[in-house]
Design a protein around this ligand. Structure first.
Ligand code: PLP
Ligand code: TYF
Length: 390
């Protein structure tokens, strides 16, 4: 039967990792896959994570099953970080641990499909390349609309408003909570306010993907749009990832939160997400969530984590400033947030940047700004000029 299968393309972002490793030129620069890198170009295990792993090594006395919800103390301790100390909607939230933000997106998609089979997913483009396939493979029709114009690096706010305003009641709107992947372009607070009004007026359900909290302007600031939306709407889903802000990528640490209208719906959502988790992965992997829980349970390790996250944020924003200072046409990079910026270029140009200059970025023109050093700014600008991007 397997000879009936059609081959599928590899994930082009993940393929860049191998291509970069195979290049032996000394000056190569990796602006490819979205992981943080320090000033030595490494993606180290955070000090707080090492401390928590040491603590777990000494104190963890069992690895018995936890259940489909995973580590519920992990889920609870994240709540004040994401939603604030005592949000008005706390009683309407239920959460479950998931394998990464990806698992949370998939589980949320299946929950939506089970609750409202006629719901559609509205997705602003460009977006993270896995978004559309995750939702369509859960049988949610994906309706795309233009979110950003890459030539001008501006939000196409009229297109956003037009698409959301023409949506059907019960449609779901995927929103990047902060640090938009791939563009680094987030809505202004005023634009978020207008989007919130449209969500409420048209009874649309926000599905907020928060995969980079703390990598933009800090933990609190990065959560502000999410909190504003949740204060206003009846129902919402939040896919959270700890893989970037705790540097736990391969441990697959995330959570799905669902906000319902009332207690009855909350209990139903809770039993449904547990049942869906069971048929997908039975139970989520424990280690990464246990690490995050241990950090959040300890004042000392929490302080260490927060300080490290601030360092990460400062370094990424420092790289943004360096690149913006190196070329007038790149000043927009300073205004953008998170790991990414997406230049407007063809995939042939992205390939030429790799082949001729050893500068690795996605075919889409997306750069991971954590992959450079401030001193690389001039070389990057020179290569972009040589290839006609500036
Ligand atoms: N959402 C966005 C926007 C992402 O960039 C990522 C990155 O991997 C994810 C979700 C998934 O995160 P995770 O690695 O935790 O599955
Ligand atoms: O966009 C990125 O680079 C990160 C990492 O299938 C990633 O979100 C990329 C592709 C993928 C999984 C994670």
């Amino acid at each position: 039967m397997f000879d009936e299968l059609k081959s599928r393309p590899a994930d082009s972002l993940l393929a860049l990792i191998k291509a970069f490793q195979a290049d032996d030129r000394p000056g190569k620069i990796d602006l490819g896959v979205g992981v943080y890198r320090d000033s030595m170009g490494r993606t180290p295990v955070m000090r707080a994570v090492k401390a928590a792993e040491q603590f777990l090594l000494e104190t963890q006395d069992s690895k018995k099953y936890l259940g489909p919800e995973g580590d519920l103390q992990f889920v609870r301790l994240l709540q004040p970080i994401i939603f604030g100390k005592s949000p008005t909607f706390a009683q309407r939230l239920v959460g479950i641990q998931t394998p990464g933000g990806s698992g949370a997106l998939r589980l949320g998609a299946e929950l939506i499909q089970a609750a409202n089979p006629s719901a559609r997913l509205l997705l602003g483009t460009p977006s993270w390349p896995n978004h559309a396939p995750i939702f369509s493979s859960a049988r949610l029709p994906v309706k795309e609309y233009a979110f950003v114009d890459l030539m001008s690096q501006q939000v196409k706010f009229e297109s956003v408003v037009a698409c959301l305003s023409s949506a059907r009641e019960g449609d779901v709107v995927l929103l990047h909570g902060c640090c938009h992947n791939p563009t680094g372009i987030d809505f202004t607070m005023e634009q978020w306010r207008q989007i919130t009004e449209i969500l409420v007026a048209h009874r649309l359900v926000p599905f907020i993907d928060l995969a980079y909290q703390g990598l933009g302007d800090g933990l609190e600031q990065d959560a502000a749009p999410t909190r504003m939306i949740l204060e206003a709407v009846d129902e919402a889903l939040i896919a959270y990832s700890c893989d970037k802000n705790f540097g736990l990528y391969r441990e697959r640490v995330g959570a799905l939160y669902v906000m319902t209208r009332n207690e009855d719906a909350l209990r139903k959502a809770e039993s449904n997400i547990a049942a869906l988790a069971r048929v997908n992965w039975s139970m989520p992997p424990d280690h990464g969530a246990a690490v995050v829980r241990s950090i959040l349970e300890s004042e000392e390790m929490s302080a260490m984590w927060r300080a490290e996250l601030e360092e990460i944020c400062l370094r990424v924003n420092g790289n943004r400033a360096a690149l913006a200072a190196a070329a007038l046409d790149l000043t927009f990079i300073r205004r953008q947030r998170g790991l990414f910026s997406n230049l407007s270029m063809s995939k042939e140009t992205a390939a030429a940047l790799r082949a001729r200059h050893g500068i690795y970025m996605a075919d889409s023109g997306r750069m991971n700004l954590a992959g450079m050093q401030p001193a690389d700014a001039d070389a990057i600008v020179a290569a972009l000029r040589a290839e006609g991007c500036l």
